[in-house]
Design a protein around this ligand. Structure first.
Ligand SMILES: Nc1ncnc2c1ncn2[C@@H]1O[C@H](COP(=O)(O)OP(=O)(O)OP(=O)(O)O)[C@@H](O)[C@H]1O
Ligand SMILES: Nc1ccn([C@H]2C[C@H](O)[C@@H](COP(=O)(O)O)O2)c(=O)n1
Length: 425
């Protein structure tokens, strides 16, 4: 296998990303690699990611999305937030083989040390030796200002061996964000089996995984909807989902369900602390459990559901696709399609409010913010990507409802849409 940070391909590429920033793509020209004029392509100058006079390093988890790889990535991420790396800037790095390739990219980190302290390099070597001996990429400027990547294999007792030294040159930004190709393997699950197999891989690592699987396996497969309408209410945090679902329940004598369902709530925190692959598989399974609850309930009364598959997919896509809204998979992409084996609702309403109103409501509620809520508030790009992903969902799509007016007005609008779409109740 090619070493992390490099590739056996003729035109290996790097994508280096900072929080909220554009993608910066690089090819690393090695043996026979097609070097580009760094200045001539309109792409960024490769040296721009090495702080002067500091040092820059990279490391990559070299495997397709799997539970061990996802957990190793998370361990490295946590270690890089601490101790000797405190003064470094740690960026996400995606390694992909070629633009348009369908393989999931590999994830890693670019570590910028503005002080260029030898201590940072020593600490990185130590970290990697303890984590399965991943190679370390070290960047250095050449005599003409060009940039080189040295890839070091770390050996026992402090030794290291140079695997290769390759020039870094600018590459064109690929037409699709490199993470798009891997979404269906790493974050957005389109079948019960796909999500189940991830959680199954966790049973020896996360005791709660067995309990989740037991619940899923007790549910009938391919749940069918009853004759009563099923209405899902979606939206960002504090857009009014709880308020609306409760009022719709009272107005229509409906049964109120939520995803994830109460039966898996005790394990939610555990899975929220896990990497994306595991966390999103947990939420996906929650949807299949809710589907069986919907199937049963919709034979007896209308059903209103607070969040369902669209939430799982929209948050997963927005988390995985860094940078701008424009980086999202294009409309009609397969990630926006409903899973074939999941019970479909009759109507999905997406509540939207302005960012200012949402923050007013969050503050008015006075609850402790979850990590993700803090992220949403801090990162309006993330919020825009979640909302835009909701809007791109298809089959069924989300019908947008402006939830900024008073509670009463919003309820009237929602009831009107339900009546229009689902007939008299
Ligand atoms: N139309 C409205 N006008 C003013 N305030 C509202 C309106 N709807 C809801 N609120 C208030 O906004 C806050 C958030 O509403 P709610 O809890 O229903 O949102 P939510 O989408 O369920 O949030 P979360 O997903 O975080 O649980 C609550 O304090 C609620 O009382
Ligand atoms: N069906 C669901 C429900 C929730 N999630 C995830 C998405 C966010 O990370 C978080 C929001 O939940 P809330 O704070 O509103 O309880 O949970 C999901 O992926 N799928």
């Amino acid at each position: 296998a090619p070493p992390a940070g490099c590739s056996a391909q003729a035109r290996p590429c790097f994508a280096v990303e900072g929080p909220g920033s554009d993608l910066v793509c690089f090819t690393v020209s090695g043996s026979g690699g097609a070097a580009r004029d760094p200045g001539g392509s309109g792409s960024p100058e490769p040296r721009c990611f090495v702080p002067a006079p500091g040092r820059c390093y990279s490391l990559c988890v070299p495997a397709a999305p799997s539970v061990p790889a996802a957990r190793l990535h998370r361990r490295l991420q946590q270690a890089l937030r601490q101790g000797p790396f405190g003064s470094c800037r740690v960026l996400g790095l995606l390694r992909y083989s070629a633009p348009g390739a369908q393989a999931a990219p590999e994830k890693g980190f670019l570590i910028q040390d503005p002080q260029g302290s030898p201590e940072t390099e020593r600490a990185l070597e130590e970290l990697l030796r303890g984590q399965g001996e991943l190679p370390l990429g070290v960047y250095e400027a050449g005599e003409r200002g060009e940039l080189w990547q040295c890839l070091w294999a770390l050996r026992g007792a402090g030794g290291r061996e140079l695997l290769r030294r390759a020039r870094v040159v600018a590459a064109e930004e690929p037409p699709l964000h490199p993470a798009v190709a891997g979404l269906r393997h790493a974050a957005v699950f389109h079948s019960l089996e796909a999500a189940r197999s991830v959680v199954e891989q966790c049973t020896s690592l996360i005791p709660e995984a067995t309990a989740v699987l037991d619940l899923v396996d007790k549910c009938p497969k391919h749940s069918k909807k009853g004759d009563f309408p099923v209405i899902v209410i979606e939206g960002l945090d504090a857009t009014g989902k709880t308020t609306v679902t409760q009022s719709v329940k009272d107005s229509l004598n409906a049964l109120l369900l939520r995803s994830p369902p109460a039966c898996v709530s005790p394990w939610r925190k555990t899975f929220d602390d896990e990497p994306t692959l595991i966390r999103r598989a947990f939420y996906a399974l929650g949807n299949y459990i809710v589907a069986s609850e919907i199937a049963k309930a919709s034979t007896e009364s209308p059903v209103v559901v607070d969040r369902y598959w669209h939430s799982t997919a929209a948050y997963a896509i927005a988390t995985e696709i860094s940078g701008k809204v424009q980086n999202l998979p294009p409309t009609h992409h397969e990630v926006y399609q409903w899973p074939e084996d999941l019970l479909k609702p009759d109507l999905v309403l997406l509540l939207t409010v302005s960012p200012e109103e949402r923050i007013r409501r969050l503050q008015g509620r006075g609850l402790e913010k979850t990590e993700e809520e803090t992220e949403l508030e801090a990162n309006s790009l993330f919020r825009q990507k979640v909302e835009e992903s909701y809007k791109r969902m298809e089959n069924p799509g989300c019908q947008e409802v402006d939830a900024s007016p008073s509670r009463e007005e919003v309820l009237m609008t929602v009831l009107h849409l339900i009546k229009k779409h689902c007939g008299s109740l």
